[in-house]
Design a protein around this ligand. Structure first.
Ligand SMILES: [Fe+2]
Ligand SMILES: [Fe+2]
Length: 143
């Protein structure tokens, strides 16, 4: 699995953007006036959305999903579930951004993004686990 070995589900940039959003969510409610918090939030979600779309399409087109299914058809179901989550994230980000641009209540946005971030973290962990599982199968059991 040539690509796996060199690119092993690398997403440092995405992690930084996720952490920035997380910091915004856990910041005290009076850290910024609501209006400015919402403006900053729009900016951060836009940056995250751009990186996430690139990340997801790279995974689907040339990344781990393609090669993994080819070499390990038995893991295809797990990969398909993760791919479905990509469409969910795509929609959730568009919805969040639309709400944020309208300047809807900051508290509501905070709780929505918190749920979303948890799902993204879990998704990324599941992907790393899947890649590790495929690598293990390549190497085979130690004897
Ligand atoms: Fe993914
Ligand atoms: Fe990923």
């Amino acid at each position: 699995m040539s690509q796996f070995n060199t690119e092993l589900h690398n997403h440092e940039k995405l992690q930084i953007l996720l952490d920035r959003l997380h910091v915004m969510v856990v910041a005290p409610a009076d850290a910024l006036p609501d209006r400015r918090w919402c403006n900053l939030f729009v900016h951060e979600v836009e940056a995250f959305q751009e990186a996430m779309e690139i990340h997801m399409s790279a995974e689907e087109k040339g990344g781990y999903m393609h090669e993994l299914i080819e070499l390990h058809p038995e893991l295809a179901r797990k990969a398909a579930t993760l791919k479905e989550e990509h469409s969910k994230f795509h929609t959730a980000l568009a919805t969040l951004l639309a709400a944020a641009r309208k300047g809807e209540d900051a508290a509501g946005l905070r709780s929505q993004i918190q749920d979303f971030l948890t799902e993204v973290y879990e998704h990324e962990v599941a992907e790393t686990d899947l890649v590790q599982e495929a690598l293990q199968r390549d190497i085979g059991p130690a004897d």
